[in-house]
Design a protein around this ligand. Structure first.
Ligand code: NAP
Length: 380
């Protein structure tokens, strides 16, 4: 496996284990981790070269950090870079940050965290955290030796990414990227921009949460099989990412030992700048097959925003498109009903003022589409 050093004290393995989707005792019940299996997997990964573990305060409803703490006993702690995240949405005053970090250190049974990330930053959260003097807190935590590298993970658009990455001399940033999310979120341009600033990038959701492994039609398989060297869709998805020299490590939330072993095999000969034009064209063809299945021709340009009623227009379209592209309604419906509706950003808030339609470069009949999407996404 390749290791990438950047400015850190030692090199980081190109494959890192994401501890958000550890094996669980009962399918669909994320709280109760299958502890024996998860420990076996993490130890196996470390013994086979993985030296980066990513967890967070909220993963497995708080139990991921506890599990990782157990996994890192008996000498494993020193072998890895440990990354965890400050749940910024739970911070309302300066002292919350101190309390949360101390709680995390205790749960993780360690004196220090290597990469401490501000979790899931977007523009709004960043503004709030800046006003709470978060960077002063992070610098002090570093001086005290509680954290080593100051970082953030990101979920918003390219403009917000630029604003945040330019606001501080970060040690690392973590973005969502995969063959379908090239122009979404931070975007490939954002990844390269981070590279120009010498800020290494950690990739999350490389398989789009598993969809790029699980939704492979015969048409997509036939495209991949045009290559001289045959690879699985999972191999192609990882290959497209490790091809970028700006990437520090690629996290995958392996859910069982078989996937872990498969990913270790895939990363065994991973190298930057390994893809030629022909291979890149296969990626583009596969992307187009997925994109052709979209229901609404939204490009996520966000010209329709802000909606005066707060409707999250591109997000709603993207949920419906995801359901169609990856043949899976469960995840988009769950996100819509449990997050978008709860935050009052759903299509039912629309009063048909038409401001969005006048701004949409794709000329989408947004009002009508929003109604259709709402009916579809509200189904159980
Ligand atoms: N900071 C943030 O805001 C944030 C957000 C998201 C993720 N993350 C971090 O990033 C990590 C990676 O993201 P992710 O978990 O979404 O990664 P991912 O690799 O996109 O998805 C993981 C899923 O892909 C499938 N998979 C993995 N390896 C496979 C293989 N070899 N063959 C077939 N299927 C395979 C499994 O799905 P099934 O078994 O279910 O099919 C697995 O649960 C997370 O674990 C977490 O640590 C951070």
């Amino acid at each position: 496996m390749e290791y990438r050093k950047f400015n850190f004290d030692r090199p980081v393995s190109l494959f890192g284990i994401g501890c958000m989707r550890l094996p669980v005792v009962e399918k669909g019940e994320s709280t109760v981790i299958d502890e024996a299996e998860a420990l076996r997997m993490i130890h196996y990964g470390i013994e086979h070269g993985v030296n980066y573990l990513d967890t967070a305060y909220t993963y497995h409803q708080g139990n991921s950090e506890l599990l990782v703490g157990k996994a890192l006993k008996d000498g494993y702690r020193e072998k890895v870079f440990l990354a965890t995240k400050l749940p910024v949405w739970a911070v309302n005053q300066y002292s919350d940050m101190e309390r949360l970090l101390d709680e995390q250190l205790k749960k993780l049974q360690t004196d220090y965290i290597d990469f401490y990330l501000l979790h899931a930053l977007n523009k709004e959260r960043w503004n709030k955290m800046e006003s709470l003097r978060v960077m002063e807190f992070m610098q002090k935590a570093k001086e005290k030796g509680k954290i080593r590298y100051i970082s953030f993970s990101f979920h918003d658009n390219r403009d917000a990414f630029h604003e945040i990455i330019d606001s501080f001399d970060w040690d690392m940033c973590q973005i969502q990227m995969n063959i379908m999310d090239m122009n979404e979120q931070a975007t490939v341009e954002g990844l390269k921009y981070a590279g120009t600033k010498n800020i290494p990038v950690v990739i999350m959701e490389p398989l789009k949460g598993g969809r790029l492994a699980n939704s492979v039609t015969p048409e997509i398989k036939a495209i991949w099989d045009q290559a001289d060297v045959k690879r699985t869709p999972v191999e192609w998805a990882f290959r497209w990412l490790y091809n970028f020299p700006e990437v520090l490590t690629i996290l995958s939330g392996v859910s069982n030992m078989e996937q872990l072993k498969d990913n270790l095999r895939i990363f065994a000969d991973a190298k930057a700048n390994c893809m030629d034009e022909e291979e890149l064209s296969l990626v583009e063809q596969v992307r187009q097959v997925y994109l052709n299945k979209t229901k609404v021709p939204c490009t996520n340009c966000e010209y329709c925003l802000p909606c005066p009623q707060g409707v999250s227009i591109p997000r709603i379209f993207s949920l419906v498109n995801d359901a169609s592209m990856y043949d899976d309604e469960t995840v988009p419906r769950h996100e819509y009903q449990n997050i978008v509706v709860k935050n009052k950003q759903d299509a039912a808030q629309c009063v048909a003022c038409g401001q969005c339609e006048a701004a949409c470069p794709q000329h989408i009949p947004i009002i009508e589409k929003l109604e259709e999407c709402h009916t579809y996404l509200m189904k159980k």
